[in-house]
Design a protein around this ligand. Structure first.
Ligand code: ATP
Ligand code: MG
Length: 260
């Protein structure tokens, strides 16, 4: 439910609508107060990116799609922000990959688990892991609430898609031997640095693109997918994103305008 009437003519209409989705997720109990602040950190980086999906992000999206298609047991990890922003795409992706979605919260409370689960079910998810006493296993190295995961989900997954994740938890999943795919507008974050594949883009732009890539690459055989993954270097790709930011800042600093 949209809380304020933002005129379509407003130059920041899209961005304001995204904020409204988060605010309504917050009011419905799915988004943590801290989640609203996290969005602000992301937006600052998005401004530098010119709020668009760059070629290096498209490369990461392609690699992410291949990694997910090659996985034996992929799982999509969902927090309050992700549910509030892209619930339909999360469900679409889980259908395309025939994989579970799991509620996985940094600020875990029973009420928030249920609110996130409800958003996913309303978006069409047939089953949702990780809520209502399902998260009985632990990620080693993380204290109690932050380490809880589902026995049939993240705990036994080989590949986990964890958008907008905290760095500690990303590192802990890597330490468990899992392949981690993340979405993070900040290439500086520990999540971005620790993941196997980092999509530096806004989740609202890249999730629809990730669905399309999975659909496109579904017909490829394992060897073809593996070749694409082998040709992808996350460290180099992150460097490309830093260069995009540096070039945009240089352009603006030299009076080149904000549209370049
Ligand atoms: P880390 O813990 O990985 O070092 P952090 O502490 O800077 O990261 P967190 O709050 O733990 O940040 O994680 C949230 C991350 O999600 C931030 O890096 C932020 O840039 C990113 N983020 C927030 N909103 C979005 C969004 N809509 N799309 C993509 N990324 C986002
Ligand atoms: Mg963090």
């Amino acid at each position: 439910m949209v809380m304020v009437d933002v005129p379509k003519s407003h130059p920041r209409y899209e961005s304001l609508m995204v904020r409204e989705k988060l605010v309504s997720g917050f009011r419905g109990g799915a988004v943590a107060c801290e989640g609203l602040i996290a969005q602000g950190r992301g937006e600052a980086f998005d401004y530098i990116l010119g709020e668009r999906t760059h070629d290096a992000a498209l490369k990461a999206i392609e690699a992410a799609a291949c990694v997910l298609l090659l996985a034996r047991k992929p799982v999509i990890s969902v927090n309050g922000n992700a549910a509030a922003l892209v619930a339909n795409e999360i469900v679409k992706l889980s259908e395309l990959l025939s994989c579970p979605v799991e509620v996985n919260l940094f600020y875990r409370t029973r009420a928030r688990e249920e609110a996130v689960e409800r958003i996913l079910v309303d978006a069409g998810a047939s089953s949702v892991l990780g809520a209502c006493d399902d998260a009985v296993m632990r990620i080693p190295g993380l204290e109690h609430e932050r380490g809880k995961v589902s026995a049939s989900g993240i705990f036994c997954a080989d590949v986990v898609l964890v958008p907008l994740e905290d760095g500690d938890r990303t590192e802990a999943l890597r330490a468990m031997g899992k392949t981690v795919v993340t979405v993070d507008l900040s290439p500086f974050s520990r999540s971005a640095q620790a993941a196997d594949v980092t999509i530096v883009d806004n989740i609202v732009r890249c999730f629809p693109l990730l669905c399309s890539e999975v659909r496109r690459l579904k017909g490829f055989d394992g060897a073809q997918l593996r070749r694409i993954v082998d040709g992808f270097d996350n460290e180099k790709n992150l460097s490309r994103m830093f260069i995009v930011m540096k070039d945009r800042l240089s352009l603006v600093a030299s009076g080149g305008g904000l549209d370049g």
